[in-house]
Design a protein around this ligand. Structure first.
Ligand code: CA
Length: 220
């Protein structure tokens, strides 16, 4: 899962960035409102963390433009503006959640999981498809009786499939989901992760679709 972090404060940005990576997210970080607008047009991300006090274009304006363009990506506002009116405005413009600085990074991660889950129409925190399930809070995967702890990137891979069971994902789509802009991606990195997940959960968990990519078959 790939997150766009929009934050001009270097210390906060660095801390959030590290926490997100530790929690198995790919992170792209931009530091002003205009760069944020450009990054959002690409549609590479599954959720946004948005500071409001930003250089070049205010965070509320970034959000207003995003929703005006019909983009429904989940947005969690993280800001020092704790006035009730600012909070109401942010939510009215289309923020999905709101966190006032200073915040606990674990709370931020929990809120992020919640907005992504709501976006995916999942009422429960655990992603399930037939015999396979995945708990985003613990990174624990289950297939029938087998329970395994996944690495950060194995988790990101299986998460991409379980968000949309039955959909074929190409190598490029998987790389975009798992890695940020500045990360070097080895040419066989995706194969390596798929091998890792199959080794833990069974070969049939992820199917090859020749010439197109891979999929987790949608369970009836
Ligand atoms: Ca700021």
């Amino acid at each position: 899962m790939r997150i766009l972090l929009i934050e001009d404060d270097l210390m906060i940005g660095e801390a959030v960035s590290i926490a997100l990576k530790d929690a198995a997210y790919a992170v792209d970080w931009v530091k002003d409102g205009v760069a944020a607008g450009g990054a959002l047009e690409h549609g590479d991300h599954q959720a946004v963390l948005l500071d409001l006090g930003l250089p070049r274009r205010d965070g509320l304006e970034v959000l207003r433009r995003l929703r005006h363009a019909g983009n429904k990506i989940p947005v969690v506002v993280i800001t020092a503006r704790d006035g009730v009116e600012d909070r109401i405005r942010g939510l009215d413009i289309g923020a999905d959640d709101y966190l006032v600085k200073p915040f606990d990074v674990n709370e931020l991660l929990a809120r992020l999981r919640a907005v992504v889950r709501r976006q995916g129409g999942q009422a429960t925190p655990i992603l399930t498809n037939g015999r396979v399930s995945l708990d985003p809070a613990t990174r624990e995967a289950r297939c029938g009786d087998v329970v395994e702890q996944l690495s950060a990137r194995e988790f990101a891979l299986l998460h991409a499939f379980l968000l949309r069971p039955g959909r074929i994902l190409s190598r490029t789509e998987l790389e975009e989901h798992i890695y940020g802009w500045n990360e070097e991606v080895e040419s066989n990195a995706v194969d390596f992760l798929i091998h890792g997940v199959r080794r833990k959960l069974g070969v049939d968990v992820i199917k090859n679709v020749r010439g197109a990519g891979w999929m987790v078959e949608k369970s009836e």
